[in-house]
Ligand binder design. Sequence first.
Ligand code: KIV
Ligand code: ZN
Length: 388
Amino acid sequence: MSHSNIQIFDTTLRDGEQVPGCKLNKEQKLIIAERLDLLGVDVIEAGFPVSSPGDFASVEAISKIVKNATVCGLTRSVENDIKVAGEALRFAKKSRIHTGIGTSDSHIKFKFNSNRDAIIERAVRAVRYAKTFTEDVEFYAEDAGRTDNDYLARVCEAVIAAGATVLNIPDTTGYCLPNEYGAKIKYLKENVKGIEKAILSCHCHNDLGLATANSIEGVINGARQIECTINGIGERAGNTALEEVVMILKQHPTLNLDTNINTSLLYSTSQMVSEHMGIYTQPNKAIVGANAFAHSSGIHQDGVIKNRETYEIIDPKDVGVTESAIVLTARSGRAALAYRAKNVGYELTKLQLDVVYASFLDFADIKKEVDDSDIHKIIKSSSIHKEI
Ligand code: KIV
Ligand code: ZN
């Protein structure tokens, strides 16, 4: 079966930057955009140009330096937003305008005090106008996750006829279950007239911790783009984490879905974004957390020392982590202690290891995590120190 390419649309600089407490300056945004380009993302959503003069300037500057990726700017279905985005993107080698409007009954009633037909008219007008600036126009049906499928299909048909080339189906509130979100994508693939002229895109939020699972269900059911952020940062509980979806597709080749991402840059990119944004990454974060390749219990350590694959499904080097860590704690066994002692120059016999291990446990109960300098201390203060 031939492989399909999944486009990675990175929105770290737009949806990700909406995270409370984060304020990137223009220079930092440029550094991150350059890195995303190197990482191999297909689209960089650089900002929301009409939102502020600073955001306009950042999108414009990013458009000038990005070499490979398409540079995208967000707009509402408002003429001036689209005009300003078109201006901000005018230097990009490849540009995309991402325009859209809320389509759920709740958005139509409470945000727009409008009705379904009038929303379709606004959507079509926005797409037609965006097409006067660039061929590449993506339409988002905000709150598509809670939009009734029949109406959503009507919206999609109308905007494809107006020229939209990508249809973003956001689960804006992170409400959908994976099977529901997958079924929505499948329904649109099967019921929208003209769907062959556009690709469907997943944009999932993580309010229930389902953003990654929903995006994967989306591509299994026919979507061909995933919108995501580095470290999953974004509004409220965040967006789909780029590193997670990319590694899921890589580690499951039977899905026959590939990306263009250079995965060996994932870890350093995660660190860079975390430092610039001032947002700490939780240690147990999948793929890029400090503990993602750290083993601390004796049973696991013994397995990993014998063969990494016993407890690791990813080679750490594939994501740019030099090696797995064998962390010494009071839960560690003799195998881990022997391994770490060898790394710092002590080849212990079985008897020597028994002696050192007893002192190690006493030490580890107090200190919790034993480092290389502690290993020297423990061995030097033990009865075997003269032998080695
Ligand atoms: O979550 C969302 O619906 C969005 C759109 C503006 C694309 O971020
Ligand atoms: Zn979003």
